[in-house]
Design a protein around this ligand. Sequence first.
Ligand SMILES: [Zn+2]
Length: 344
Amino acid sequence: MDLLKMKEGLSSLSEAERLELLKELEQLSVHSVKVPKSQDSRRFLLDNKLGCCAHCSHPKYVKFGIDKGSQRYKCKSCKRSFTEYTGTWMAGLQRKDKIDNYLALMLEETSLDNIKEALSINKKTAFDWRHKILASLSENDKDDFTGITESDETFFLNSEKGRPLTHRGPRKRGGGSKTRGISKDQVAVIVTQDRKSILDLTVATMGRLKKIDIENAIGGRIKPNQTILCSDAHVSYKGFAIDNDIEHHALKAIIKQRVKNRVYHIQHVNSTHNRLKKWIDNTFWGVSTKYLQQYLNWYRIKENLKHRNDKLNAFINKVSEDIKAYQKYQNIGLKYEKLISTQF
Ligand SMILES: [Zn+2]
């Protein structure tokens, strides 16, 4: 059909006919917006009564009309309404038609500059979306560690990348801390993994690790008679193992002891330290401490999905499930303030 001829024909239409045409066109444009898979995945859960209210988590709700292409639901308990987006990282996004492509590019670890080009969005949007998506990744797995489990801390320099430097001069990327050894300017990350597939990466504290930090990071998932803990000879690990009544093998770095009784070592965990640092440095040119835990979550999910054929779908499902994601995203700053408060 010729657009020019259609336009000519328009002038012969009555007012009522024009209004009718306008409505038709509006309908068409609503339906032509591609429904993202991420939306489908949440809607499927909600439509099949497998979800819960995005406000109060009550399991009973009813369909409550369509709103700008979104399905609306109303909670039977708190009476508030919500859509498949409420609470998720996608809440309030303008360009929902770009979500699926964004997630695919993110999974391929495409740089923000290239994402900006590929999707014609600005860099700030690309940056914000990344951190919203990361906020929807859980901070830990639910499963316990079993068998020989290695745990050791590694350090990242505190970085305020992207924030104005007010109280000190600029520092080279990856540059050393001013003081030798462990200083309060370093972020301690506890890495724990068993010999199967359970991995935990926790931003623990600023500076030297204390027993309570280990307890907070992995305490709930290490059980007596189920886990054998291997660590360095750090006194905090010793204390943690005694408190939790866990068999513990400490490797003594001072005598360059690397393996004990052939099986007790922390070489897997140390190799994870190295790969993690390379990934953060080479892929992102370092990350701001504020977002470090989020990137650790990304690394862990990446490891989880490594051998799956349906990576993208699994990733999409993971990030669209979390209805606390938006709130977690908003709390990133607060969590950072709390971490920094352990600095002094
Ligand atoms: Zn409710």
